[in-house]
Ligand binder design. Sequence first.
Ligand code: FES
Ligand code: FES
Length: 398
Amino acid sequence: MKLQLTVNGSATEASVEPRTHLADVLRDRLDLTGTHLGCEHGVCGACTLLLDGAPARSCITFAVACDGAAVTTIEGLDEDEIAAELRTAFAREHALQCGYCTPGMIMSARDLVLRLDHSDEQAIRVGLSGNLCRCTGYVGIVRAVRAVIEARRQRGIAAVVGAGRTTLGPVGSQPSAHATATSSAPPTMAKIEADRGVAISTLDIADAVPAKSFDASFTVNAAPAQVFALFGNVETLAACFPGATITAMPAPDHIEGEIRVAIGPLSAVFRGSARIDRNAADLSGRLIGTGRDQRSRTSTSGQISWCMLPIDEGRATRVALAIGYSLSGPLAQIARDGLVRDLASRITTTFAQNCDRHLNGTAGPAETPEPQRLNALALLLDVARNRLTGLARRMRGP
Ligand code: FES
Ligand code: FES
């Protein structure tokens, strides 16, 4: 695969195997051997470099994932002010012996010098805990980093919050500038079909057994047949779903789209596709889909089954939902069961309100619905408020 990088300020192109890691490209193709390889398992930190300005382990970063990125190796820090101060301090404090760990150590130390307000020993030790040194015993290294931080703060040079990073998540997990530029336009259905060499309608999204499942329900003021019809209109269905956007011409039984979620500064866009099955005989249906957030490399698959139950002598409908999902990747680590249920319950409430608006004409007949952004932070705060209220109630007793 063709790869474009800016390495130490110079534009570079390389042709690499998908399996090649960044350190090998730098060392073997570009002769930048200052990036050392120790464990090649992401443990020792010897291979640490800066990827778009943030420290990253180049032994476990696929080069192709860095397409369009700016890479800074130890060679690129020759003129860097902080690195120069660190080199002097390392030499003065005997912070190296064999020097094998030193390039990676300088990279991580530079990040700490940028970020830390004070020369707090514990914070420095924690910050350097991903860089192993088998020679020095760390005392000199910590002393050197403390000295540089102290000297800079005394000279009135303030810490940079987050070292200037604007994105969260593992470094290298962000879409590259190159990839972002080329993927901004949503693909058309024809393009997707051409790319895949198969008609969308024949794509098979396999059934899967979800890892987690739960039930939910909501009520709308419309007859079951009307609600079932709304569920049959893919565009309206997407418009009612908070944060959902269709990215390609939908078919009655197939939808390509994305769902945006924002949790504070962390945002995720799950792009994917879903198959929709409907059974008009019993007013039931099922949506089975898969999606992936490129930025956090989190994948999800899931299914939502529904059936329409008449209430209030058929003037209203209770929509019973069975929701199942599987989540894998970094975001799965924060998506606790209870949290997902609570979030789903909030989403369901908003979805129900939107359905009601559409069914009762208050959304406006010719309205083109804006894709709604799901503000999960507000939802999370709501969840936290509810949980605290429940806790207080339990503590007060019956
Ligand atoms: S060589 Fe990359 S972490 Fe050890
Ligand atoms: S100086 Fe030898 S491994 Fe750190």
